[in-house]
Design a protein around this ligand. Structure first.
Ligand code: FBP
Length: 253
């Protein structure tokens, strides 16, 4: 089956997503300055010409669905989420929204986080298995965040673990995976190869220096990723729009 469910998210075959689920995952401490206001972020997504935005259900309902933004850029509705308050060595992120409801909110894709290597990984594989089938029946894309994490995982960012995560994404039928950097262009090329026909986007990570993040983005683009899903490195920047323009240039030029 060859689907085009990702088409709404691609420009010149590339993806540039603004991730904004940090208030849930990390708390409002991540949402520096104006970024506490979802309206500001949606406006940034419009001005910055992002090819998609990642939101949880509540923000989508109140700030995206039925607004001018819905016509400007497509939504990836995150179906699961957890806080960082309980210190759980083997995380599980419960579902808080159905694929059906995501579609009703106007989502053109759903997102789900899998913690590869967690003692709870089997529940997440089962959840994603159902989500992927429902999403495809409704003709929307299924995107998997695949983050190696858990008591059995020694190095969450090792090239081997990252390539393993990519392969699991392919085998689970994800249209796209959102995955963290593993150190170099060369190792990331292996990650992209492991993902096969499943498209790969880099997950931005915590805020680092401008040059450092731009170099990483350049190296993963060379390694063959489809694009970038960025959050903190943009909205925690002193000038999110300037940072957006710099990243956009690397992806699309
Ligand atoms: P960033 O670009 O800010 O890293 O956002 C990507 C993301 O996956 C978010 O969607 C999510 O809120 C966060 O990172 C989760 O990070 P972690 O689980 O590593 O704390």
């Amino acid at each position: 089956m060859n689907n085009n469910f990702l088409q709404p998210f691609l420009r010149k075959g590339k993806a540039f997503f603004l991730a904004y689920d940090h208030g849930f995952e990390h708390g409002p401490k991540d949402l520096i300055g104006k970024s506490i206001d979802p309206e500001y972020i949606l406006d940034l997504a419009e001005k910055g010409e992002y090819t998609g935005i990642i939101l949880q259900k509540g923000i989508a309902e109140k700030y995206y669905t039925g607004t001018k933004y819905q016509k400007k850029f497509p939504l990836i509705l995150k179906l699961n989420g957890k806080t960082n308050i309980p210190q759980i060595p083997d995380p599980y992120s419960p579902i808080n929204c159905s694929v059906d409801y995501a579609k009703k909110l106007g989502a053109k894709a759903v997102g789900y986080t899998i913690y590869l290597g967690s003692k709870n990984e089997e529940r997440m594989f089962a959840d994603f298995g159902k989500i992927q089938e429902q999403a495809h029946q409704l003709k929307i894309a299924a995107i998997a965040w695949i983050y190696p994490r858990g008591s059995a995982v020694e190095d969450e960012a090792s090239p081997e673990m990252t390539a393993y995560a990519a392969r699991v994404g392919l085998e689970l039928g994800a249209d796209m995976i959102k995955i963290k950097y593993c150190g170099s262009e060369e190792t990331f090329r292996k990650v992209v190869q492991s993902a096969g026909k499943t498209k790969v986007v880099l997950s931005g990570g915590p805020k680092i220096g401008d040059e450092e993040i731009l170099k990483i983005i350049e190296s993963v683009m060379k390694a063959g990723v489809t694009g970038i899903a960025v959050g903190r490195n943009v909205f925690q920047h002193q000038d999110p729009l300037i940072m957006t323009e710099k990243i956009k240039k690397i992806i699309f030029d």
